[in-house]
Every structure is written in structure tokens, then in C-alpha cells.
Design a protein around this ligand. Structure first.
Ligand SMILES: [Zn+2]
Length: 467
């Protein structure tokens, strides 16, 4: 048995791990590498294995850094099954199509750069098209949590809830090596949730693990705030809306937006949300919200009960889901207080740019951040308190209030990862840490070595390990 770390080793993107057993190759995740444009293009176009030779693909969850290179894999000749959960399949339908649009924009950008240098003989084509994304979905085979299936000779797959995003799973593989008769359980954690999630269940405790491939995104960082953010959200909104201003919330379309909608719905039920219209203005967020509605099997007990007692957790009287561009533009003329949730969360693209442009110079308004913004993004500049920012080519003075609510993280922090490891009882044999920047993985590695008799190592990109 052998694993090769083909991505998300020493970094947090491009998750791909290749398992070899009984002469077959099984790929765990097929994520997109997301870094500088040209480097990303090179890494994503060339797989470290021959796609047509794979026996099966298993997908842990729908985030693009785990799923985003699947349409390219099938385009390059993979014809077998892609195993995942029901909700992950549905989220992939909209997220891969969205990713295809971004690939198209990136290819156009690169071609413009080439044209400027006078090179037009080899125009770059997108990594994949919306048609490739749709065709790839036809190879998906879906399974519920904790329903086992034999997916290859001597390989039985079981998904366990990872509590990270809707449909997210830990991938347990019961392996039977024919040549030696050895039987081992390998667990790939995927991304691990924090627990006490507003919508999802806690990560399941997987029994009898021998070998573990584990994420380490926040291997050396504790999240600052408690997970329950409703009280602070209520305070921020009440203050902001008292002055009859608007609240603009840059939000990630999948998961974060639905967490917000549910939190607002709860506040509305308790009479703690001022009676103002709430707009979700992002086609991807609206599509994702519809998918959340049809997957109660992923909800925690509270949301599950809410669904049966009070109906739709993701719909309430004041909520308006905006799809059409014309309806989005009407929001520019909106008079009076309102809450507008729009993507992207880091304010790099999308309709949020128009809302910021129209509202950031009015001191009655509030911009509320609910997620991480990478360095050098517009979101980061506003969060840092820069007095003047550039939006869509124009300069704008930040007169609105800026508020930050950082507790909605989808990833377990250092203590939560250690808890995850210890609840499992620790795997009996080896651990490989993936999906982390080097310093985060190294710190978690040291931490876990002190708690585990077996080997703990940080996975190295392109390296193979026999086990
Ligand atoms: Zn993820």
C-alpha cells in the first residue's frame, strides 16, 4: 500500500492524494491549486499521474481547493466513478460551473498580458469550460454518511460527517491487501469543522483508525472568539440600523451566507431583528441556499427540529434572494435601512463591489466582515481601517463604520484539531499532516508527537510513503 501526496502538502490548496493498493490507483480529492496565476495554471494543467489509469476518485467536500480540478481530470481522460455525499454533489453542480467561469476570465487575462508583449501565436484556453464541469458531474456516485460501499478490489469506503461545510466528509477506507492479507483502516480527515457549528453536526468520531491523513490549516492558531456569535451579531445590527443606515455584509457564498441567514432568522423569531428587508445579492449564494434547504440530513439537531417546527430555516418574511442583475441594480436606489449580504467575502469580485461603492461613503452605514480576508485584498484594506480605498477604478473615502465578527470559521483551530485527534483515540500507526502552511503543519506535528506513540510526519509534495 502506498500514498503519494500530489497536492495540499506544504500548502492549503490543491488537495490530491493518490492511494495505490492491489495494483489499483485511487485518488482522494482533486482540488484546484490556487496561487499566482501562471504557477497555478501550470500545476493544475499537469497531473502527477495518468488520469485514465485511476480506478476510482473519492471527494471529501465541495470546496474548490478539494473539488475544483475534477472537470479537468475527466476532460483529460478519467472515466470512472467519483464517490461523494449527496450534498457535496449538489454543491459541486453550482461551484464547478462558477469555477469554470473564473477559469475563462483567467485565460482571457493571461491572453491580454501575452498580447501586450506582442505574443498572440499560442492563446491560452481555459483549464475547463462549463460544459466540462457539467459532464464531470455525470460521473458522480453519491452515498449517505456511514453507508459503506466497496469501490475497488479490497477497498471499502465509508463517509463520516466532518462538520466543515454542508456535505463535508471524512473518508474512511477499509483496505485489504491481497498479496499479504493485511487489513488496515486509513482515514483521510478532509477539512475538519470546529464543532458547535450553527448549522452542522460536530465532526464524527471515526473508530479503529490505523493510518491518518489529517488537515492542519490552523495547526498553530487558536480562533479568537467563541463559536456562538448571535448576541454580538444582534448588537451590531441593532446599533447600525438604529441610525437608519444600511448594513453591507461581504460574505462567502457557500456556508457563511447560510449561517448568516439562519442566524438572522433566529433573531427575527426572537423579535431581536429590526423589521428591515434583508437581501442576499449573489447568484451563487442564492443557488447554495436552495441546496441547503434540501439537505436536512446534514443539519445539527437544533436546525433539524427548526425545520420541522417552524419550516424553512433559510427563509423568513424579510428575506429577499436576488438573482437578476436588474434586481441587484435596484438595490442601488434603495432608500432607508436594510441588510445586504453579497459576495465575494474578500471583496475581490462580484456584486459586493457595487454595494461598497454606493454605501461606504455614508457614515450612517456599516460594513460588517464575517470572514477571513487574505492580505492585499480590498476586504483586508477596509478591515485594517484604511481611510481611502479603490473600488472598481475609483477612490472612495471610508466614512461608514466597519465591524468584524470572526467567529464563523469553518476550520478547527489548534485545540479543536488536538481534540479531534484525541477523541479518535489516536490512530494505531502513522499520521501524515496535509493542508497547512509549513509553520502550521510543523507546529501541529510537534504537538501530536507528544501525544502519540506512532509516527507523525508532515507530508511532502510529490513524495510517496509505503505503509
Ligand atoms: Zn474546505
Amino acid at each position: 500500500m502506498k500514498i503519494t501526496f500530489c497536492g495540499a502538502a506544504g500548502t492549503t490548496t490543491g488537495s490530491q492524494h493518490l492511494l495505490e493498493i492491489n495494483g489499483q490507483r485511487i485518488l482522494l480529492d482533486c482540488g484546484l491549486y490556487q496561487g499566482r496565476r501562471e504557477e497555478s495554471r501550470l500545476r493544475n494543467s499537469h497531473f502527477l499521474f495518468e488520469p485514465s489509469e485511476l480506478e476510482a476518485v473519492v471527494l471529501s467536500h465541495a470546496h474548490i481547493d478539494h473539488s475544483g480540478n475534477l472537470p479537468n481530470l475527466t476532460r483529460q481522460g478519467y472515466r470512472g466513478n467519483i464517490f461523494t455525499t449527496f450534498a457535496t454533489r449538489d454543491l459541486c453542480q453550482i461551484m464547478l460551473a462558477d469555477s469554470a467561469r473564473i477559469q475563462d476570465q483567467d485565460a482571457r487575462w493571461l491572453n491580454r498580458q501575452e498580447e501586450k508583449k506582442g505574443r498572440t501565436d499560442h492563446p491560452i484556453t481555459p483549464l475547463y469550460t462549463p460544459e466540462d464541469a457539467e459532464l464531470c458531474l455525470r460521473q458522480f456516485v453519491t452515498m449517505g454518511y456511514e453507508r459503506s460501499m466497496v469501490i475497488a478490489e479490497g477497498v471499502k469506503l465509508t463517509f463520516y460527517d466532518a462538520g466543515h461545510i454542508l456535505g463535508s466528509a471524512q473518508v474512511a477506507l477499509d483496505l485489504h491487501e491481497h498479496s499479504t492479507g493485511r487489513r488496515k483502516r486509513l482515514l483521510f480527515s478532509g477539512d475538519v469543522g470546529r464543532g458547535h457549528n450553527d448549522l452542522l453536526r460536530d465532526p464524527a468520531v471515526v473508530p479503529d483508525v490505523d493510518y491518518l491523513i489529517m488537515e492542519s490549516t490552523y495547526g498553530n492558531r487558536e480562533h479568537e472568539l467563541e463559536t456562538q456569535a448571535d448576541d454580538r451579531l444582534s448588537d451590531i445590527l441593532q446599533n447600525a440600523l438604529r441610525g437608519r443606515g444600511k448594513v453591507i455584509i461581504p460574505s462567502f457564498a457557500v456556508e457563511r451566507t447560510q449561517q448568516l441567514i439562519y442566524a438572522l432568522h433566529e433573531l427575527s423569531e426572537k423579535g431581536e431583528l429590526p423589521k428591515v428587508p434583508v437581501y442576499v445579492d449573489s447568484p451563487l449564494a442564492v443557488g447554495a441556499t436552495e441546496i441547503f434547504r434540501i439537505h436536512p440530513e446534514c443539519f445539527n439537531e437544533e436546525v433539524y427540529r427548526f425545520q420541522f417546527d417552524k419550516k424553512d430555516p433559510f427563509g423568513f418574511e424579510e428575506l429577499h434572494l436576488v438573482r437578476k442583475v436588474t434586481d441587484s441594480k435596484k438595490l442601488n436606489e434603495l432608500d432607508g435601512p436594510a441588510i445586504i449580504i453579497s459576495a465575494s467575502g474578500m471583496c475581490e469580485a462580484g456584486r459586493i463591489l457595487h454595494h461598497l461603492k454606493n454605501n461606504i461613503e455614508d457614515k450612517r452605514n456599516t460594513v460588517l466582515f464575517v470572514g477571513f480576508c487574505a492580505a492585499n485584498t480590498l476586504g483586508a484594506r477596509i478591515r485594517e481601517g484604511q481611510p481611502v480605498v479603490n473600488i472598481l477604478g475609483g477612490s472612495y473615502r471610508v466614512r461608514s463604520s466597519v465591524e468584524i465578527l470572526d467567529s464563523f470559521s469553518g476550520h478547527a483551530d489548534r485545540s479543536e484539531l488536538v481534540d479531534y485527534f484525541e477523541h479518535m483515540g489516536g490512530p494505531r500507526e502513522k499520521v501524515w499532516l496535509v493542508h497547512g502552511e509549513p509553520e502550521q503543519s510543523a507546529a501541529l506535528c510537534e504537538n501530536l508527537r507528544g501525544r502519540h506513540d506512532g509516527e507523525v510526519n508532515v507530508a511532502v509534495w510529490k513524495e510517496s510513503v509505503e505503509f
